[in-house]
Design a binder for this molecule. Structure first.
Ligand SMILES: NC(=O)c1ccc[n+]([C@@H]2O[C@H](COP(=O)([O-])OP(=O)(O)OC[C@H]3O[C@@H](n4cnc5c(N)ncnc54)[C@H](OP(=O)(O)O)[C@@H]3O)[C@@H](O)[C@H]2O)c1
Length: 298
């Protein structure tokens, strides 16, 4: 099994230091986000774990400090399903941080039953796309001030099944959990492309990432028998640390080795589906997202 695993799980290491850098990682109390946080802390970065549940966030911060000598990590409350919470989080960041060099939009909710955010958006589109879109909008001045800086949007190969359903973005007419997840992950890619164009000249580069199939709690909303099948092959799935590798690659690789607006998988550039290359849809999604959030972001 180990031999089969080693055929498709990419081994990549780097000893780049992030001393003097500050990073924010959403959904960092568990899974891929927590492993990303641990790695950045080990490289000397100051890391803010942006978590909706403070008890879980503080526990994750303690775990990382126990495992990484001298780690500078702290947990802050952020519920991406609530625009007031996102505003409060951003205000706290501006009050406490002089710089922000890395923003990892990692948190995600997947394949859940129909639900809505505090602001009335469909949950997966609301958290995975709109929540991160709004957070990035609010933190962009600090990222620009700290340039060169980077934004990493954690997407998924599920984006290939996605379509942006502009006619029913709130899923009021119809809701399918897998389609809603795929739509949100396609939105991560389109947001990456459009944001990259707008920020390249400002020294803020942007990348989308597919972590691969990773053994985390992302399956929490999926029906038990299906999860059991998935977990039966758990030795073939990546560990959360392996799942964090491409995100870390996009944070520490020299800028001239990366392409802003690009998509990365297995620590290398990767193709996106045709819908993910549609700049017209990316622009329309940008405008519609601004409209839904009531913001002006040119
Ligand atoms: N695992 C995979 O195979 C896989 C494959 C492709 C892409 N991905 C992507 O990788 C990213 C990380 O997923 P993971 O596998 O590490 O899953 P995970 O272990 O379930 O972690 C998801 C994180 O997102 C947080 N979160 C969910 N809703 C939130 C909200 N409203 N506000 C703030 N935080 C929220 C969760 O917080 P709580 O703990 O409080 O729920 C948790 O910290 C996701 O974007 C996912 O779509 C994962």
């Amino acid at each position: 099994m180990q031999t089969i695993r080693s055929l498709f799980i990419h081994k990549w290491t780097s000893d780049v230091s992030l001393e003097g850098k500050t990073a924010i990682i959403t959904g960092a109390n568990t899974g891929i986000g927590k492993e990303t946080a641990k790695d950045l802390a080990a490289r000397g970065a100051r890391v803010i774990l942006a978590c909706r549940d403070m008890a879980k966030g503080e526990q994750a911060a303690r775990d990382i400090m126990r495992e990484v000598e001298g780690a500078r990590v702290l947990a802050r409350q952020l519920d991406l399903a609530d625009t007031n919470s996102i505003c409060q989080f951003a205000e706290n960041v501006y009050n406490s941080e002089k710089n922000l060099h890395v923003l990892v939009n990692n948190a995600g909710v997947a394949i859940c039953p129909h639900d809505i955010t505090v602001d009335g958006f469909e949950m997966q589109f609301g958290v995975n796309h709109l929540g991160h879109f709004f957070l990035t909008f609010l933190l962009l001045d600090l990222l620009k001030h700290s340039a060169p800086s980077r934004v990493i949007n954690v997407s998924s190969s599920a984006h290939t099944m996605g379509r942006i359903n502009f006619e029913d973005l709130r899923s009021e007419k119809d809701y399918h959990p897998v389609s809603a997840y795929a739509q949100s992950k396609l939105a991560n890619i389109l947001f990456t492309r459009e944001l990259a164009k707008r920020t390249e000249a400002l020294g803020v580069t942007v990348y989308s990432v597919d972590p691969g199939m990773v053994n985390t709690d992302i399956t929490r909303h999926i029906r038990r028998p299906l999860v059991d099948v998935f977990k039966r092959f758990s030795t073939l799935l990546k560990t959360p640390a392996e799942g964090a590798c491409t995100t870390i690659y996009c944070i520490v690789s020299p800028e001239n080795q990366l392409l802003t607006g690009g998509h990365y998988k297995e620590c290398a550039t990767s193709q996106v589906c045709r819908a993910g290359l549609d700049d017209g849809t990316a622009l329309k999604l940008w405008a519609v997202s601004c409209h839904l959030l009531g913001i002006c972001w040119r």
